[in-house]
Design a protein around this ligand. Structure first.
Ligand code: TEU
Ligand code: CA
Length: 551
């Protein structure tokens, strides 16, 4: 397996709007990120992934871009951005941005021009259709509720939007569009950034003829707009845009199974370094992101192992359980009450000891939890608000809807960063754009800083272990005890070093079996004060995580 900086990296995701506000307008800004670079350096991360910071009317918090070459006024200026990049680099921290090119904002000049007339020179930048006998062109659904088509009065035709109606899809079949994307990539790479996370990048090739969708399990139409006929050609085009740069490329791939993703990230014939896959974050969902079903640990284990086994020696995993689109991991996969600290540390151990590159969502390193606002008016996310409206229209009980939203909304991950126990958690001196999670008085960076046993200090420890033990990065993966339903255990091996990991993903003490080894295994890290010595048969306490190293 080839060595690469992006395999050894630990990525920290910054959702600028909620990270740190320096001018009191209640909105996080780039100056705030600069102010907290020391915090990130002390945490030990070496790469920042910045969610979109470009000009945007913010229908979908920056995922609707109206100018790819300028910074959102709320966040600061291009000078601020350049200063951030320069300071981060000076501290040895790399920075990747978010490339959102499946769609633009409807306020982007291309779309304004495109919608003006059927013979506009930019008409073909987007996907227009006259409709069929006065009705929408096909039955595809938007990811954010309702049909994926919007009738535009100016010309009486429909345009495609797989997300909100303010996010029209670009037409990648048009070579001009591909050229524009290349120029955007070049613009930012020349500025010195270190790569991109590419938003829904496997949606850019739509099946010609735009046939009706049949598969009802996922978003209707996905078999015709995800992983479409030209996807390999277009991903190759994107990949070639990075030639001459030692860039990190992470594709977000929705509606893509393991076989498809492994083709995209194949080290020999693929197009991306890694992919953000969705299998493990939909394992506790039935129809859509708000339809929660019980999490079954054996299924989660099997899912994680299948990605490990398939990509071992062939591609590279992106390791995450949280981001700005998902509920907080400790509330979802762990236990955010009785075993808050233990389970937050266990999940961290999991993500930092599997094969792949760990991605930390801001606040995860503090064990930040879901927030349960008691009014829909506190929610800000467009997907959540659309879902609420749709359910109300269907006659659902508002309290039931709110319960589902409490558990599943993307806003769970978007509450302000909890820096201190003081006013507004130290995030802002003004009124935060989204309400704080009231538990900031207990869960915050300030108290965890001075507590050697805190989740924050555990993350520091894990990150530095990863940087000092190549077996954690490059070791092969073998699952142990797949039949044990609640304990996830595996070993990693590299150049004569052996790493053993055992994770009790339950609220009970459980017995486990591990291989009897002739060489002694030393404890590397554990989440209980008195970590157990390695033994082929032992008990693990609730949410206990133990990692041993030996040869
Ligand atoms: O997300 C793509 C995506 O599929 C999500 O919308 C996902 O289905 C949903 O969040 C599950 O709750 C990306 C971005 O990460 C997201 O923030 C954007 O809203 C979306 O693309 C559109 O750009
Ligand atoms: Ca601000």
């Amino acid at each position: 397996m080839e060595k690469a900086w992006w395999k050894e990296a630990v990525v920290y995701q910054i959702y600028c709007r909620s990270f740190m506000d320096t001018n009191g307008d209640g909105i996080g800004d780039i100056a705030g990120i600069i102010e907290r670079l020391d915090y990130l350096k002390n945490l030990g991360i070496d790469t920042i992934w910045l969610n979109p910071v470009y000009r945007s009317p913010n229908d979908d918090n920056g995922y609707d871009i109206s100018d790819y070459r300028n910074i959102m006024e709320d966040f600061g200026t291009m000078e601020d951005f350049e200063k951030l990049l320069q300071k981060a680099h000076a501290m040895g921290i790399r920075l990747i941005m978010d490339l959102v090119v499946n769609h633009t904002s409807d306020e982007h000049p291309w779309f304004i021009e495109s919608r003006s007339a059927v013979d506009s020179p930019k008409r073909d930048y987007y996907i227009w259709h006259p409709g069929k006998n006065g009705i929408i062109p096909n039955n595809w659904n938007s990811f954010f509720e309702g049909p994926a088509w919007e009738l535009d009065d100016a010309t009486g035709e429909y345009y495609l939007h797989l997300f909100t109606r303010k996010q029209p899809d670009l037409n990648w079949d048009n070579p001009e569009v591909r050229r524009e994307v290349r120029e955007i990539i070049e613009f930012w790479m020349k500025k010195g950034i270190d790569g991109f996370r590419m938003d829904v990048i496997n949606l850019i090739s739509k099946t010609p003829g735009l046939p009706d969708g049949r598969d009802m399990k996922d978003i209707r139409g996905h078999e015709f707009f995800a992983n479409g006929p030209e996807i390999d050609t277009y991903l190759k085009w994107v990949q070639e845009s990075f030639e001459g740069y030692d860039a990190m490329t992470v594709g977000e791939t929705v509606c893509a199974d393991l076989d498809t993703v492994s083709r995209y990230v194949d080290e020999e014939s693929g197009f991306l370094n890694m992919a953000i896959n969705f299998e493990h974050v939909t394992i506790d969902r039935n129809l859509g992101p708000f339809d929660e079903i019980p999490l079954e640990m054996p299924r989660l284990k099997r899912c994680l192992s299948s990605w490990q086994e398939k990509l071992d020696g062939q591609g590279w995993n992106c390791l995450y359980m949280s981001n700005h689109d998902q509920p907080r991991q400790v509330s979802r996969y762990g236990n955010d009450s009785v075993y808050h600290k233990e389970s937050a540390k266990l999940l961290a151990t999991l993500l930092h000891t599997l094969q792949g590159t760990p991605f930390i969502m801001q606040g995860e390193e503090l064990g930040m939890t879901n927030v349960a606002y008691d009014s829909i008016h506190d929610y800000r996310d467009i997907a959540t608000l659309n879902y609420y409206r749709e359910c109300i229209n269907n006659g659902d009980n508002p309290e039931d809807i709110l319960k589902r939203i409490n558990r599943c909304s993307r806003d769970n991950a978007r509450t302000p960063m909890q820096w201190t126990g003081g006013i507004n958690a130290g995030f802002s001196t003004g009124t935060p754009w989204i309400a704080l999670n009231p538990n900031y008085t207990q869960i915050n960076a300030e108290v965890q800083e001075s507590d050697p046993d805190s989740i924050l200090n555990y993350y520091r420890n894990l990150i530095s272990l990863r940087h000092n033990n190549p077996v954690i990065v490059y070791g092969s993966f073998t699952e142990l005890n797949p039949q044990q339903p609640q304990v996830y255990s595996y070993q990693r091996a590299y150049k004569g070093r052996l790493l053993m990991v055992a994770l009790n993903m339950s609220d009970r003490t459980l017995e486990i079996q591990l291989p009897g080894l002739d060489k002694k295994q030393e404890i590397l890290i554990g989440n209980y004060a008195d970590s157990p010595e390695y033994s082929p048969k032992m008990h693990l306490r609730p949410w206990e995580a133990s990692v041993w190293i030996g040869s």
